[in-house]
Ligand binder design. Sequence first.
Ligand SMILES: [Ca+2]
Ligand SMILES: [Ca+2]
Ligand SMILES: [Ca+2]
Length: 416
Amino acid sequence: MTIFRVAMIVAVALLLSLISPAAQSAPARQASISSTDFCPPLAPPAGATVTVASAAALREQAYDAAAGTTILVSPGVYELDNIIHVVNAGITIRGATGNRADVILDAGGMLTGFTHAILIEADDVTVADLTIRNAGEHGVSVNGSDRPTLYNLHIFDTGYQLVKVNPIGDGSEDGLLACSHLEYTTTAPENYTNGISAHDAHRWTVRDNRWERIRTPDNVPAPTILFWSGSSDTIVERNVLVDCYQGIAFGNASHGPGDHTGGIVRNNMIYASLPHDSVVEMVHATGWLVAHNTALLLDPDGVTWGMEARFADTQGTFANNLTNMPIWADRDGAGGTLQDNVTGATPAWFVDAATADLHLALTATGAIDRVAPLAHVTADIDGDPRSGRADAGADELFSLPPLDHSLFLPAILDLP
Ligand SMILES: [Ca+2]
Ligand SMILES: [Ca+2]
Ligand SMILES: [Ca+2]
């Protein structure tokens, strides 16, 4: 076979792939070439299992069951009769059907109900597949316990933070908050809130959650995802934030140096059409990477920037982010590094900005293939690989490889 014939075959195959129906329809909406499911159902319970169908039984089992017991909660609305307090290691509390809408734990009312719906004071505890609402202060509190798993939850309308990690003992290590929906119906009932506030937390992962309207009545600064008070190595990825006043923060201006160490913020989508502040803040924080996040911010409340690093003790890197507002890398003397960020996005660059779908549209030529891929971000928010030239922001648009000789020339030359 001549080199000419091989080249012709390659060219024809490429042309066919370009005009095939699959290739034409692929970039339409959530253009994903990956089947990655980041939120599969939890594995069936292993070990001792008990099923409960009343608030009292749930509370009693949560407190008294032997370590390692799984408590399956039957479908229904549970008006709690006190805090669900977990004190034995390895307890799992999960909705019996796997559908979080089928089991609703109601703690009585924002600011007026029981302070926590669920209070965890033991290691290796899992809470999954259920809904929590109307806690006086917090939906779930973790008191320095290690390896908590909070999975497939719907937590909304609590008095203070929806999820709280308190600095008890040696802190909370290796926690997971994933695949959950956390929101206020309108706003928090007062100005003291966050989506999650974690003190002295280490190697936590917050991923694949949707956060909506995490904001206060008076629009005071309140990060949606806040790790601080000596926290370290937090990973925040593939979250979608909608109409939250602030976004993701490592450290806080009310604290001092050492408030957060390490950590990665990647592949998150942040959209705000309600008034908002800066949505990624690295404050008294060192060694962080903020990469491949998309932020479309349409009603800035006195800010002229969308992301920031702040104070002279702060160092880290903003890379490959896609926003419509500048990134302030040296606020108050901070040592943030800027690398390949694209800050000129418009709503037209996205599939459906009005519904917070910030996947790239084909028109986003200012973002597509504009940045060098990073070793710490090998896939996008959909699990699509980032190969070749990467796209700025959280989404890698599925597109056919460019007509680049380097892609098929070696195949031709290698043939006998
Ligand atoms: Ca601990
Ligand atoms: Ca690309
Ligand atoms: Ca994608």
